[in-house]
Each structure stands twice: as structure tokens, then as C-alpha cells.
Design a binder for this molecule. Structure first.
Ligand code: ADP
Length: 477
């Protein structure tokens, strides 16, 4: 059992109320640690610490901030295995995937460190004699960051990287299920000399901590990754103080396979997109659309691949598919399958929870005959369930793909170059994978359109969301 403490103003602290809660390994339902159950007063202390640290941190030369981030990244590299094991223990993904997550988290710190030194302003030619116009870019201020459990470390790095690089200080609230990764990161940052108050990590009551971040005037921006429902709540709450908001919300990714696609590649892609992280990523394929002429062949191949998946505890090196996060997630997958079957879908393989093991395991599942009225075709399942529908024409596929309030990621497989352009231009999504089921990379701007979010993380403009542009107009003699 690991007993975590919160990190506030450079001190390792318990909640003022002394309350704690247990974290659970979803592979067996056993408690693996405790974390403080912080509340309003703890969050207020963290905000005060972030506000106090802001003036000095924001004035530090960007080069120094960048060097510090690089050193933290190096510490993370040394601690890679420990971090990966922690992720697997707290949220269940296979160790190989956890190692991948640690690697990309390190890359997010490095990438943003490299960008920090290029927060250029501009000198703008004036239209009036004697005027000089320029812009400077300054950190937005102390930031509140809230993340989910499905990528506990890379989500943290995606937010902390650009925030700290830009000169912002941070109050960070990890998901209750996975406090370890962010707290371990804070520990490494502290050892590298990150000044007290620059990063604060608070665990506990989400509504109370979220409420402080929204209502405290010192917090100038909120960056959130999580469900669309909570994102909307935060957006409403932020209106009173017109806080800057970055939102990475839910998705409902279509995965389209055209008849000219390389079928084996498309199956490999569908496996990677759907079953990675047990189907618990916001860019996971949710709806698979296959052109009629190849639907049967695709389904057969997908079924065989799914039946070969090794399901088990993520710490076992043979495991390819771990558990879902908790009993609620298991119930949702079950509900979606039940609803689909009641509305006419057929179960090709899987279809229910695994009953022969403890923990929260759902069988990798393929459904055919999926129709738009089914929950699985409209809401994120966040589990290893792959519903397949067929389509006749390209126009029909695009219309079906766009028929959703979400707009995070979409995928399609084709070998026709013209179609590749037509389709990616027509898809109303922030991220499109053409013959590519794993588009996430630090070099690419990650984010959604429609109800999937506001802003982008990573990519060439990753630090921009944490900077304000100040326009300076100078009248000279
Ligand atoms: P999920 O269903 O994947 O857990 P959530 O959107 O509920 O997604 O959670 C994402 C993050 O948002 C978590 O850190 C959670 O604790 C936090 N959260 C949930 N409700 C609130 C709230 N009302 N205010 C602030 N944060 C919240």
C-alpha cells in the first residue's frame, strides 16, 4: 500500500480534514494505496501557493524554465519503469501500453520546453507616422488543471508541459482513481528544484476543488480533460469570471473502411484503435462503418483478431487487454451491448463481463447490424465493444460519420488518393487518421471540434493556449 500526500506550496500534506480514500487495482478489485481526500480549504491553500509563486516563475527567463523541464524529463526517463508500473497498478492498462504512455509524457515535457523559448512577439508596421506597434506574449497566470484516469501521466504532462514552459503556475487535480502518476511527477520535479508553489497537486472532492478553481480570481485559466458533461459544467462556471478554458472532452470516433482499403491493415488499425487501453481513450473507434461489399470479410478477420487477444492483469507481460476502470464502466459496456442486442444487433464474439476472474474485465466484443438508434452508436462506451454497420457510398459514410455532436477523432482506410483528400476534408473532426489508427503524437495538435472541446494540446502551437498577447502601441516624438 502506498500512502500518498498532496503537494502544496512545496510541502507534502494531508487534507486539513485528515480524510483519505483508497485507490483500487481494477485487475483484482484490491486496494493499492490511499490518498488524501482534500476539499475546499486544501484547494484554497494550493491556489494561494500558485498565486504567490507566479510572479517569480513567470519572470524567470524562458531558457531556464525550459532547462528545468528538460531535467525533469530526464528524471522521468530514469523512473520510467516505476511510473509505468504505477499507471498499470492504478488503472489496469497492459504494462507495454503504460511504458508507451510514460514515453509520450516525457516527450510532451521536452516538446514544450523546446517551444518555451520561442514565445515570439511581433513588431507591426503602423499606418500612422510616429507610432510603433508591437505585441508581447505573457503567461496567462496561475492555471487550474483537471485530468481523467485513462492516461494519468501523459494527460498531466500535456498540461503541465505547456503551462510551466509558458511561465504559468499550476494547481493540478488528478482523477480520484489515479493520483499516483501526477504525485510521482511532482516528486521528481521537486527533486530537480522546481520552486515551491509552481506546481501543486491536490486530491479529493472534485466538486469542491473544481469550485475553488472556478471561483478563485487568482486562477486565470482552466485546462480540463474529461467527460463532455463535466466540461460543460466547468464552462458554465467559468463564465462569471470569463476564465480562459481549454477543454478536451468526449468523442465518438467513426472508423470507416472503404472497399479499396488494405483489409488486413484496416483490421490491424481497428484492433489498435478500439482495444487499446481496453477501449478507454477519447479517440477510440466507437462506430465501425464498412463498405457493404467487404463487410463480411472484414468482420471475419476482426473476429479472429479479437478472439486471439490475451485478456488479463496488465502486469502480466502477455496481456494485451486489461480490465476496465471500475464496476460502473463494466455496467456501461454491458448496458450498451444489451441495448444493441435488443435493437437487433448480433454478437459476433464476446458480449459480456468475464466471470472467471476477479476485477473489472469485459470480454472484447464485436457486434454487427449496428444502427444509429443504439446507445453504442451515439454515446461513448469506453469499453472493448466494437459495433459494425455497413454503408453503400462515400457520401453515405461521411454523413453517418458526421451525424454526432462530437468531433474529436475520425479514421478511414482507403488506397485511393483523391478519396483520401475528399474524405478528410469532409469529416467534421479535430483529428483524422487516414490509414492511421494511432495519430497521437507530441508534434500533432490534439483536440476536438463541436462538443468535443476547445483548444489543442501538443503540436506547433501547444504553448499558445497558456499565453496572452499584449498589444503595445507607442507614440514616439
Ligand atoms: P470520467 O467519467 O472519465 O471519470 P469525468 O469528466 O467525470 O470523467 O472526470 C474527469 C475529471 O474531472 C476527474 O479528475 C474528475 O474528478 C473531475 N471532475 C468530475 N466532476 C467534477 C466537477 N464537478 N468539477 C471539477 N472536476 C470534476
Amino acid at each position: 500500500m502506498k500512502h500518498w500526500a498532496m503537494y502544496i506550496g512545496g510541502q507534502w500534506e494531508q487534507a486539513l480534514s485528515s480524510a483519505t480514500y483508497e485507490t483500487i487495482n481494477p485487475a483484482n478489485g484490491q486496494a493499492v494505496g490511499t490518498a488524501p481526500y482534500g476539499g475546499r480549504a486544501d484547494a484554497e491553500r494550493a491556489v494561494a501557493a500558485a498565486a504567490a509563486a507566479f510572479p517569480a516563475w513567470s519572470k524567470r527567463p524562458a531558457k531556464e524554465r525550459a532547462e528545468l523541464l528538460h531535467r525533469i524529463a530526464a528524471r522521468m526517463t530514469e523512473a520510467s519503469e516505476e511510473l509505468a508500473e504505477l499507471i498499470t497498478l492504478e488503472m489496469g492498462k497492459p504494462l507495454a501500453e503504460a511504458r508507451g504512455e510514460v514515453k509520450i509524457a516525457i516527450d510532451y515535457l521536452k516538446w514544450n520546453a523546446e517551444e518555451a523559448v520561442r514565445a515570439y512577439g511581433k513588431v507591426i508596421p503602423a499606418s500612422v507616422e510616429g507610432k510603433r506597434l508591437l505585441t508581447i506574449r505573457q503567461p496567462v497566470g496561475p492555471v487550474g488543471a483537471i485530468t481523467p484516469w485513462n492516461f494519468p501521466l501523459s494527460m498531466a504532462a500535456r498540461k503541465l508541459g505547456p503551462a510551466l514552459a509558458a511561465g504559468c503556475t499550476v494547481v493540478f487535480k488528478p482523477a480520484p482513481q489515479t493520483p499516483g502518476a501526477a504525485l510521482k511527477l511532482a516528486e521528481l520535479a521537486e527533486r530537480e528544484g522546481l520552486p515551491p508553489g509552481v506546481l501543486n497537486v491536490v486530491t479529493g472532492d472534485a466538486e469542491e476543488i473544481g469550485g475553488v478553481l472556478l471561483n478563485h480570481p487568482a486562477i486565470r485559466k482552466i485546462t480540463f480533460t474529461g467527460s463532455t458533461a463535466v466540461g460543460k459544467k466547468l464552462l458554465r462556471g467559468a463564465a462569471d469570471q470569463v476564465k480562459k478554458m481549454s477543454m478536451e472532452l468526449g468523442g465518438h470516433a467513426p472508423f470507416i473502411v472503404f472497399e479499396d482499403a488494405d483489409l488486413d491493415e484496416a483490421v490491424r488499425g481497428a484492433m489498435a484503435s478500439k482495444f487499446r487501453n481496453a477501449g478507454q481513450t477519447c479517440i477510440c473507434a466507437n462506430r465501425i462503418y464498412v463498405q457493404e461489399s467487404i463487410a463480411a470479410a472484414f468482420t471475419d478477420k476482426l473476429k479472429s483478431a479479437v478472439e486471439r487477444l490475451v485478456v488479463g492483469d496488465g502486469r502480466d507481460p502477455r496481456t494485451e487487454l486489461g480490465p476496465v476502470i471500475d464496476a460502473r464502466a463494466l455496467e456501461k459496456a454491458e448496458r450498451h451491448v444489451r441495448d444493441a442486442v435488443a435493437k437487433g444487433a448480433q454478437v459476433v464474439t464476446g458480449g459480456g463481463r468475464k466471470t472467471d476472474t476477479p476485477g473489472f474485465f469485459f470480454e472484447p466484443t464485436v457486434l454487427t447490424g449496428a444502427t444509429p438508434d443504439m446507445q453504442v452508436m451515439r454515446e461513448e462506451t469506453f469499453g472493448p465493444v466494437a459495433p459494425i454497420a455497413s454503408f453503400r457510398t462515400e457520401e453515405e459514410a461521411i454523413a453517418m460519420a458526421n451525424d454526432t455532436p462530437y468531433g474529436l477523432a475520425a479514421y478511414f482506410y482507403t488506397r485511393d488518393l483523391s478519396r483520401m483528400f475528399r474524405v478528410h476534408e469532409a469529416l467534421e473532426y479535430g483529428i483524422v487518421g487516414c490509414n492511421d489508427a494511432v495519430p497521437t503524437t507530441v508534434q500533432g495538435p490534439f483536440g476536438g471540434v463541436k462538443e468535443s472541446g476547445i483548444g489543442r494540446e501538443g503540436g506547433p502551437d501547444s504553448v499558445a493556449d497558456y499565453l496572452e498577447t499584449k498589444f503595445v502601441s507607442i507614440q514616439i516624438e
